[in-house]
Design a protein around this ligand. Sequence first.
Ligand code: ATP
Ligand code: MG
Length: 630
Amino acid sequence: MVSFSDFYRRSIEDRDAFWSEQADSIEWQTRPRQICDYSEPPFARWFAGGTTNLCHNAVDRHLADRAQQNALIAISTETNTERAYSYAELHAEVQRMAACLQALGVKQGDRVLIYMPMIAEAAFAMLACARIGAIHSVVFGGFASSSLASRIEDAEPTVIVSADAGSRGGKVVAYKPLLDEAIELSAHKPQAVLLVDRGLAPAAMRAGRDHDWAALRSRHIDAKVPCAWVDSTHTSYTLYTSGTTGKPKGVQRDTGGYAVALASSMRHIFDAKPGDTYFCTSDIGWVVGHSYIIYGPLLAGMATVMYEGLPIRPDAGIWWSIVEKYKVTHMFSAPTAVRVLKKQDPEYLRRYDISSLRGLWLAGEPLDEPTAQWISQSLQVPIIDNYWQTETGWPILTLCNGVEKQTSRFGSPGRAVYGYNVKLIDETNGEELLGPDQKGVLAIEGPLPPGCLQTVWRNDERFVNTYWKSIPGRLIYSTFDWGIRDKDGYYFILGRTDDVINVAGHRLGTREIEECISGSANIAEVAVVGVADSLKGQVAMAFAVVRDASGLTDDAARLKYEGEIMKHVDSQLGAVARPARVFFVNALPKTRSGKLLRRTLQAIAEKRDPGDITTMEDPTALQQIKELLG
Ligand code: ATP
Ligand code: MG
């Protein structure tokens, strides 16, 4: 067995040979002519000249060995339904969906917008697009009509696949009226809408445009739709970033590079094998859902669980009951979900037999050490943080346990993943920081490895200017996250570059202060932002949700606890980091993907307009904060 360090080094120093071997993890119709064409930096063309198909590799390829094994397990605690599809059944359903899309006029290269709840048909639609070479653009189900409209205009889809409704916490959210309104608002009109009617909400059908999936499917029940062999660089999908820092960016992904990167990650990061069962609690509306609900597990011949519902309904044991029932081997979730569980009775985490589980991977936001410790002790399985972005499609920093077993260092997502030439850069002069424990911008030297964005959809200029030109004097990809690396190569994310606080000339990551405050036993979650201050430039301000509010009912108790937290920060980080105020709130503003909207908190604290909040989960969370700040 090679050491991880050697494996990593080879991926950078002997790049083409390394990725040529990884390319064998998928099936090609024609082998690539070239491994990486980087003749026009920063645009990388991976496996140029090769032809392949994502759906072939995710579905058809497995028919010979595991046609009768589970491929997709769709569970909804909203409708109390559960259905497992074998690879053979998935193959049939995807062909039916592909035939329907073709009947509605979809051709190779056309876009199909998918605005769906977490139901099996959403997976069929994504795979059907891949099968016929259409480009899918999944929009998180339940997004407001204005957000949906702008994505329709950007993608210009031939067809939109949707459903009558989604459901959340037992409350039906009708999608069709939102969709109709969005199409109304949009300058681009799709030729057709394919609607999956779940019988949850009335859905008015527009004659000539709207088609019922069940009816159309029955006409294509025996459909045989071959996989279209597309060029490795053929766009497989577009997807928006979460919009945490502003207007979401439309990420464009290729086919061959993505397939190779994911197949390789299943083996080297997740140490997964065919027949294992993967349960990722994200949503197909996010990159984690694309990579690790749909494509990654299926490329690896695993069964994948698709879950519609909350982590605490009917009770906080629901996820672990799924793990027990389906013998889940790999679980993937987000720190925000763990913090939700942390507010519940920990007994639920011990009620089921979860001995099949080999690890819980968490991504999307910083995983603070206390939260990592808590879930690790409660579950007694390895907890593995992983850091990446919609742009990269798969982890940049984590542990590669399939290469060499490593143990987590809580607070750190781990080391640079193979293929990523990660550097810390001094953003003022563009110089690389080589020594340990120096703070800088996390950047990636081109070419980005396979699987990463090809460009910003229809906007090469924005791709180059946004990501590659922010650091003076060099063409390097900026993650816009701020980090530090210890002497063993473990990274720590300190916050986003625009979340760095400058107090009287000291530069502090909001993350450092948050981590410190969340160490206090009664804190469930906390957000720290820098707020303009006439004297110090900026001061830190904290917004905290407590686990148990019973002792904090009056001002005196709150003030006392606020004082204790300030003292704690003083002693851990020094007085410069001490928040000027700690506000106790019921909820923090988040994106629908569960990320803290610090920029929104900051804007409110500075009495500015909060800007684009279309991706916010619950805008009422801002009300209490506005009141507290007067
Ligand atoms: P936008 O780019 O539109 O502002 P976003 O950056 O939140 O939104 P995503 O691509 O969903 O969109 O999120 C990627 C970001 O999430 C990373 O750049 C980083 O800031 C944060 N992140 C993801 N995983 C981790 C992690 N394990 N630890 C710390 N931060 C993480
Ligand atoms: Mg981002």
